[in-house]
Design a protein around this ligand. Sequence first.
Ligand code: ZN
Length: 457
Amino acid sequence: MVFAFVLLAAAVPDWSALEPEILRHFRALVQFDTSDPPGNEAPAANYLQRVLEAEGIPVTVIATDPKRPNVIARLKGSGAKRPLLLMAHTDVVGVQPEKWKFPPFSATVDGGFVYGRGTVDDKDNVAASLMTMILLKRLKVSLDRDVIFLAEAGEEGSMQYGIAHLVEKHWPLIDAEYCLAEGGGVRKRNGRAERMLVGTTEKNPTAVKLIARGTAGHGSAPLPDNALERLAGAIARVSAWRIPMKLNDTTRTYFEKLATISTPAQAARYNGLLDPAKSPAILEYLRINEPLHYSMLHTSIAATMMQGGYRVNIIPSQAEAVLDVRTMPGESVGVFLAELRKVVNDPSVEVIHTPRRDVAIGEPSRFDTPLYRILEEAQKRVYPGAVTMPVMSTGGSDKAYLQARGMQCYGIGPASDDEDGPKGFGAHSDQERLSVEELYRFVRFNWDVVVSLTSRQ
Ligand SMILES: [Zn+2]
């Protein structure tokens, strides 16, 4: 007993001593400009390779383009159980530098926050997974399964360099029972951790192009088949289309759990979704006031780009629009397109499907697995007072490639304030930031979860 106690105690990291190291790695990663396009993840990948190898952890680099490497490292376990994969992406979305208060790749620390592109998408997960690997090795934790680290390139829209290539050509290097990656996080309200969202599924991103055609002519003599006007009419009909609500296990549980921590009025709405008498009014309320929740309940369509015309006095013969479409998991794109064509209801407007990735997400990850329970238990220790709930992300992530192959994937992330997103501090914003304290807490959480799942006692 005494020995067991000593061994366990030895495996507890000295967190306050580790804080400078955590912050150093996190800031270094943010300081690499890995904007995708063009990507250029190589400096970040080289950094990770150096750090891992310095700890004695062997690294495999897989690159179809030398500027865009993926870093894979594996800590061997006893093999009693199938591996755990820790996945995060090193690329980030682009920036408009002039909009930033602090230079986007400076990782400036101000008022307890680190500012920079990638601080919450997804260099937080890269840094946390890196620290967990380093500590498992340093503290010689005895593992009952392999732990695989994957820092992938190309998540932000060029998956052929990253996950698509790895899944297709190097599956044995990343094959695992479970994966932890982005797509979740803790939400705080009034400074208190309120709910931990664990990403268990996500909508399928796809796109549709509308091309309206008409007769070209002089702007002084309006024509009845004006392409721009036809396009506008089609978009207006699509915008007015109310696609029926659909729930799955994840969203049903999500709204049930959310109701338990909401105001009575909110709770009545979340609980009333399945009541046919109440749901139309509830959905209309959510559409206006809680667009994210509305999107979780429907296949969504957002017009995001339009093009047409080049001179004030010329009626153009063609005009185009792009619709960002997010279908519900399991929904047939073919059926959706047939419905969409009926809604557009104009033979002069062509409806063209332009797929965005070649996988459709598989079954949602289950929440009756040992890892999901461990996430809940770790939440109670690290984020006491919060509630863990599964969530369906409306955005897409690379987890879909793994879930399509049956891997149980869970999206996790650090805590952010509910108020931060609307204030413009969230992912993809031009003031993206992460609280330094929450970075440390997330690293502790990551460690707690991984050790609970993998350590042999
Ligand atoms: Zn991301």
